[in-house]
Design a protein around this ligand. Structure first.
Ligand SMILES: Nc1nc2c(ncn2[C@@H]2O[C@H](COP(=O)(O)OP(=O)(O)OP(=O)(O)O)[C@@H](O)[C@H]2O)c(=O)[nH]1
Ligand SMILES: [Mg+2]
Length: 453
């Protein structure tokens, strides 16, 4: 029988309310020892989904007013008996309530242990459990929507369809191998290959969303680069919504890398404002320029800023030609000062946005361009997305095995070669959904969670 666990489920900082959550076979009895209802009833007498108002106390006396909410197994988040003790959200109060609960028979919950129990009791699949963490961490509307879809099983349903199809093919091949002497008709290899191709297509479609899914959750490393004085820091400040970087009309103002994370539309950008790219004899500035080039090399997205009010100089041209193999958006800044965009920028194949960072014009166009180049624009939030590296690797492994099975079938290899590959593909799907997964993988998944979830 599992232990009864307890944790503070809300942030440990002053707040209107704070919740201590207790789950496990003794949850209701444990809480009954630290809670005195204003009415006569004990918590042990309450049905599920009922709340009682009263006081929570320890050996020293009353701690706080409290509403105790009782959930009866299996109708709770974890699937076990659970009590949520809602008090005032004070750090001292919550710690003391938790201590009282621990002294009366519960043990401290580990990271993600409540959700781990929900997974183990079949309340959600592993990808759904992972989505709980993404939902908590989501900063944008689309990230939250897509985590909610995953929580409700969007990915699980797609994978289940693949698994069912693979299992039915495996059964046909097994019947063929096991009863060669019976009157089993020859394997319809073409039909089987076509069905496998459908599963392969589903996995390819899922894999193609993995990058956009990751961007939605983790954000994009973004470098703002360009020649001196083109308005990089002004753009940084516009995006940050505050005076994050120093702006002057002196070329070479920014020397070190200035970082800030912002939400642009649905994309979280981890911005680096950098020193203006140019040759300089100034030692300090030269280090800054070197750092700018390094950031540009490692960034996943480059916002390359140009001053549209003057012709391009050699620094601008060098930057433009270095962008060929990058995910980049050309920012043609200072639109308040010019009518026509410099020719060399017009002819570039890269996406471009004309804006005035100083006057805050063109932000919507920039948002649309960034959502487009990162692939986020193509998402609705309802689709099944691969949320993390574990899921991406699992889907890739499954696809590899399906392709190997298709090759085995079409090249007329022994059927058992195809059967082995299909078994591997099924194993990959079961590991993805958590239906057949090692304890090590489960521990790794829940290790990322916070305590109390
Ligand atoms: N008219 C106009 N001026 C701008 C605009 N954006 C920036 N500036 C001005 O351009 C000058 C340089 O701006 P910064 O943002 O410091 O430029 P930077 O690219 O960060 O420059 P360094 O850090 O020196 O490389 C400042 O005087 C800004 O006010 C704009 O959209 N329109
Ligand atoms: Mg600057």
């Amino acid at each position: 029988m599992s232990a009864t666990i307890a944790a503070v489920a809300t942030p440990l900082s002053p707040a209107g309310l704070g919740v201590v959550r207790v789950s496990g076979p003794d949850a209701i009895a444990v809480c009954d020892r630290v809670f005195r209802a204003t009415g006569q009833k004990h918590l042990t007498e309450l049905e599920g989904y009922r709340a009682a108002y009263g006081h929570v106390f320890d050996a020293e006396g009353d701690i706080d007013d409290c509403v105790a909410l009782v959930f009866r197994a299996p109708h709770s988040y974890t699937g076990e008996d659970t009590v949520e003790l809602s008090c005032h959200g004070g750090t001292y109060i919550l710690r003391r309530v938790l201590r009282a609960v621990l002294q009366n028979g519960a043990r401290p919950a580990e990271s993600g242990e409540f959700t781990r129990r929900a997974f183990l009791s079949g309340k959600m699949d592993l990808s759904g459990a992972e989505a709980v963490m993404d939902l908590i961490a989501a900063e944008g509307k689309l990230a939250a929507k897509s985590a909610l879809a995953a929580r409700e099983g969007a990915l699980f349903r797609r994978l289940t369809a693949v698994r069912e199809s693979l299992v039915s093919i495996a059964a046909q091949i097994a019947a063929f191998i096991d009863y060669p002497d019976d009157d089993v008709p020859p394997l319809p290899t073409e039909e089987l290959t076509a069905t496998l191709a459908q599963s392969a297509a589903t996995l390819r479609a899922l894999l193609s969303t993995a990058d956009a899914g990751r961007i939605l959750r983790d954000g994009v490393d973004t470098a703002i680069v360009g020649a001196p004085n083109v308005g990089k820091s002004t753009l940084m400040n516009l995006l940050a919504g505050c005076e994050r970087s120093i702006v002057t009309d002196i070329a070479g103002t920014t020397r070190d890398v200035v970082e800030e994370t912002v939400l642009l539309g649905d994309v979280k950008l981890r911005l680096s404002d950098t020193a203006g790219l140019h040759d300089t004899a100034d030692t300090v500035e030269a280090i800054g320029v070197q750092k700018a080039r390094e950031r540009m090399d490692t960034a996943s997205l480059v916002l390359a800023v140009f001053d549209g009010s003057r012709p391009l100089d050699s620094e601008d041209e060098a930057l433009l030609s270095s962008l060929a193999d990058k995910t980049a958006v050309l920012i043609i800044n200072k639109s308040d000062l010019f009518d026509a965009v410099p020719e060399a920028l017009v002819t570039s194949a890269l996406p471009k946005v004309t804006l005035s960072a100083k006057h805050g014009r063109g932000l919507e166009e920039l948002t649309a361009a960034v959502e487009q180049v990162t692939g986020v624009a193509a998402l609705t939030g309802d689709e099944a997305l691969l949320a993390n590296e574990r899921q991406r690797l699992g889907a890739a492994r499954c696809l590899d095995s399906i392709e190997a099975a298709m090759n085995a079938l079409s090249s007329g290899l022994a059927e058992d070669a195809a059967a082995v590959c299909i078994d591997e593909a099924i194993a990959a799907v079961l590991e993805l959904t958590g239906e057949r997964v090692s304890d090590t993988v489960v521990s790794e998944v829940f290790h990322r969670f916070c305590v109390g979830k």
